[in-house]
Design a protein. Sequence first.
Length: 208
Amino acid sequence: MPSTVVHVALAGLVGVALLGEEFTPRALGVVLVVTAAIDSDAFVGLVLPGAHRSLFHTLFFPLLLGLLVFADSRRGRVSYLRDRWGDHGVRVAWVAIAGLTFGGIFPDLFTNGVNAFYPLHDTFYRVNGHLLFSNQRGLVQTFVELAPETPRPTTKTLHYSTAVDPTPGREPENVERLFPVVMSGWQLMLVTIGGFVMSSRLWEFYRQ
């Protein structure tokens, strides 16, 4: 399961790439904080079973935020974002939404799975598999299974273990709470690259 550190590293790459001339340490910080904040649904899971990987990991969440930013930015001078932060604020808002989508939701969607269409459709989806061409079988892909062999999990049948909520229901006194940082080689690689790119961009900014 990707940790918040991994999410932030990927969101940092997205932020550096998309902020362009609007890049500032504060703007990058907004992207990182917004991305990290979606994991707060783990705390909601303490009172609402199944909320983790559902409440803020649904694809409807960035869609809703995008609609709000679009509607606000179309209001011209009465736009809340433009009134407070100008066009810079609009750009940062869009990049933050991209960061939370590609850095916050996608790593979970493509590894352990998320409740992608919650609350309209309570089912966890995981995009994982392979795509290859075989000289005997032709084009082979296992990413999309129209008729899965086992029913897909829902908020009633699936619990993601976190340091906040390791097990369903009341925790035993000696329960182990794990705080993942990096859990595989590819995650360490991503954190290293993300850290390097963000550090380089910040160094360039402060040199100006």
